[in-house]
Design a protein. Structure first.
Lengths: 124, 233
């Protein structure tokens, strides 16, 4: 029951964030797993074919910040959902929800991002 | 006086020429008549399809060479190596992969040609009506296409592909012998039902057909999309 609910939420989140239009292969991300991270934006790469959020995330084990690479939808797709290229900036405190990389590296595909508690985009 | 005569001669000449032009040339690009099936509009797939399957729900009929190549590509993609995908180098999406790119496109239908204007990497196809397929086309990313109407169905036949594109986002292979037939049927004003028939004896044991749908995208303006610009896979 829990995994079904997670899957439903994840697919709804995917629609909102544009990840439903993720093209290319997202085969390296675990579509059955969802992770939520809190961190600070190091850099936003507003690039084709997918944007990238480079996020400093505190490692709970030692309190050190590690960099996560999070891949989103295309700039054009995100703009159509209400994003602007400067919706997220270096230094912003964010909460990101992702499908993590299967290989365990610090990365994932973006499902949703909140800046100061507010979901970016958010037009379904 | 001489200047005035020259002007008059020039005017007469240009009138003669424009009159001749109007008489010998049909209007080049006209809207279809109101009675004609008209596919003009902005279209997109309602949801992403990264892997083509046959119309009866099976895996495409890859032959031995096809299976080997497909397995190689799939393995690379699963391990995160997207460089194997030609669009990672901003090479053009081919046909039918253009339809599956998650960007809208414009179909602009005229009496002379049906034109696909794809947002993805600013790609276009100009496809002329009722011509014959070329016998020995130069291989290209988009091939050489011709269009015709069968009742309310737009039929596009394409030959002359190079081998530098993938059929779909999962890496289905094709070679230069590829022939593609696209069929678009307007179900109602906002919905196209379509099929794509793939024939390529280099990689498939038999021809096969896949099904797709398109939905009209009212209020969508095509945006610039330049793959090479700040590109990161």
């Amino acid at each position: 029951m829990k995994s079904y609910a997670t899957a439903v939420v994840a697919s709804l989140l995917a629609l909102v964030s544009g990840a439903a239009f993720a093209h290319h292969s997202f085969a390296m991300f675990d579509q059955n797993e969802t992770k939520t991270l809190n961190g600070t934006i190091k850099e936003v790469q507003w690039t084709n074919p997918h944007i990238w959020l480079q996020v400093w995330v505190e490692n709970p084990a030692d309190g050190k910040a590690v960099e996560w690479s999070i891949e989103g939808a295309s700039p054009n797709a995100l703009i159509r959902q209400g994003w602007k290229r400067n919706s997220i900036k270096t230094g912003d405190k964010v909460e990101v929800t992702i499908h993590p990389l299967k290989n365990g590296d610090n990365g994932g595909s973006l499902l949703r991002v909140k800046v100061d508690g507010k979901v970016v985009g958010g037009r379904a | 006086m001489r200047h005035g005569l020259a002007c008059l001669a020039g005017l007469a000449l240009s009138t003669l020429l424009s009159g001749a032009w109007a008489q010998t040339s049909a209007p080049l690009f006209e809207q279809p008549s109101a009675a004609q099936t008209n596919f003009t509009g902005k279209w997109a797939m309602p949801k992403t399809v990264t892997h083509l399957i046959t119309a009866d729900g099976r895996e495409p009929p890859l032959n031995a060479a096809g299976k080997t190549e497909y397995a190689h590509r799939q393995s690379a993609l699963r391990s995160g190596d997207r460089k194997i995908d030609p669009v990672s180098d901003c090479l053009m999406h081919g046909v039918p992969r253009l339809l599956y790119a998650p960007y809208p496109f414009l179909i602009l239908q005229t009496t002379r040609s049906v034109n696909f204007v794809h947002e993805v990497n600013h790609t276009f196809r100009i496809i002329y009506w009722d011509k014959a397929l070329p016998e020995d086309p130069d291989p290209g990313y988009l091939g050489s296409s011709i269009a015709r109407l069968e009742g309310r169905t737009l039929v596009i036949d394409t030959v002359g592909f190079n081998d530098k594109t993938w059929l779909d986002y999962s890496g289905l292979p094709h070679g230069e012998k590829l022939k593609v037939q696209e069929r678009y049927t307007l179900q109602n004003a906002d919905h196209i039902d379509g099929t794509i028939r793939i024939t390529d004896p280099d990689f498939y044991t038999t021809s096969w057909t896949t099904h797709f749908v398109l939905e009209r995208q009212p209020g969508t303006a095509l945006k610039e999309n330049v793959c090479m610009d700040t590109h990161r896979m």
